[in-house]
Ligand binder design. Structure first.
Ligand code: SF4
Ligand code: SF4
Length: 169
């Protein structure tokens, strides 16, 4: 997983590898183990461009009830989540780069941002095995986490309990 981050991908375009791939293998159609990568091939050829489908930004560590209210607000939005990794919290937005093509290639390869150029496959999210220290994806999870960690008595961020229904006799 990359942070402060960017959706990104490393491609080879305009050389022999790229031409062969265009001709024979659609990007992302086949997945192999990283250690089975054939010589001269690029791992991205076997990936669905996972790193171009989100961005993640560091956020201040939520420490107070008010901080967690901000986090809850983030998670009231579609495709947003927050995670903790190595003592740092991040806002993760699951959204695809506008320039990712249907073939999982970068549509602005020559002018892609520096952050996309700098990223490498060395420690990327190609595998499906990465985990987070903590991961919250719903406002309800924020309630529970806040209640368990910082919430003072009488300051619940949950909606008040509705009155009981009348009992018919
Ligand atoms: S997640 Fe890794 S393998 Fe997949 S496109 Fe990004 S850098 Fe390439
Ligand atoms: S600019 Fe290209 S490499 Fe960067 S996130 Fe978008 S599609 Fe991926």
């Amino acid at each position: 997983m990359k942070y402060a981050s960017l959706g990104w991908r490393w491609l080879v375009v305009g050389n022999r590898v790229g031409v062969d791939v265009m001709a024979t293998v659609r990007f992302g159609e086949q997945k192999i183990n990283r250690d089975q990568l054939p010589e001269g091939k690029v791992l991205c050829e076997y990936c669905t461009a996972k790193c171009c489908r989100y961005f993640a930004l560091p956020i201040d560590t939520p420490e107070s009830f008010e901080d967690w209210e901000f986090v809850r607000w983030y998670l009231l939005h579609d495709r947003a989540s927050v995670f903790l990794d190595e003592d740092n919290w991040y806002l993760l937005v699951h959204t695809t780069c506008k320039h990712l093509g249907d073939d999982n290639r970068c549509g602005i390869y020559e002018t892609r941002p520096q952050i996309c150029r700098d990223y490498t496959t060395d420690n990327c999210e190609y595998e499906d095995s990465w985990t987070y220290d903590k991961y919250l994806e719903t406002p309800e999870q924020v309630w529970e986490y806040c209640e368990a960690t910082v919430q003072k008595k009488g300051r619940s961020i949950r909606s008040p309990q509705p009155p009981l229904l009348p009992v018919a006799h």
